[in-house]
Unconditional design. Structure first.
Length: 178
């Protein structure tokens, strides 16, 4: 990964391109899951985290043309110093781009995005605090239908992946204001 990229600079760019707080929250959760996955899988934590942080940087810029989502994001990421592995993952997270998921980073980003949405849904529907959220509550979430087989792409059991995500968002809960 390019050494000129810092999380602080990337996050400032994300904030300048995205105004919706729910979108920022989903991006932060995805970043946290990607960092946790990288640690679990022995990958570059900074690279994977920043890829998660950048994945939706263009979401508000392409609102009128969702099929271009990811393409502009990859261009922005490239301008910020992302390498081709990172930009490929950003490109292929939108199936409309027609770019297959090839690398572990590609697959992990797609899985982390799905899990982030599932966790945010579970937190929204959960009457207890985040600290008491369990994998079972997430598995029983109405948003779980799409997620069921995604974690298998990473060779992780569903409950293990969900627990990894729960622990990751506990670490950033002050940023999420949950």
């Amino acid at each position: 990964m390019s050494t000129r990229m810092s999380r602080k600079e990337v996050f400032a760019s994300v904030q300048s391109n995205i105004q919706n707080e729910d979108s920022i929250r989903q991006i932060l959760v995805t970043e946290a899951i990607m960092r946790a996955l990288a640690k679990r899988l022995g990958k570059d934590i900074k690279e994977w985290g920043i890829t998660g942080l950048l994945h939706d940087i263009d979401v508000e810029l392409v609102e009128d043309d969702p099929s271009s989502h990811g393409r502009l994001g990859a261009d922005i990421a490239r301008e910020l110093g992302a390498n081709e592995t990172m930009t490929h993952a950003i490109l292929c997270h939108n199936a409309a781009n027609g770019i297959p998921q090839e690398t572990e980073l590609d697959k992990s980003l797609c899985c982390a995005i799905s899990l982030s949405k599932l966790l945010i849904s579970a937190i929204s529907n959960h009457t207890e605090e985040l600290s008491k959220l369990t994998a079972k509550a997430v598995i029983n979430s109405p948003a779980n239908n799409e997620y069921t087989t995604l974690c298998q792409k990473l060779g992780l059991e569903k409950e293990e992946f969900i627990n990894l995500g729960i622990e990751a968002i506990k670490d950033i809960s002050p940023e999420l204001k949950t």
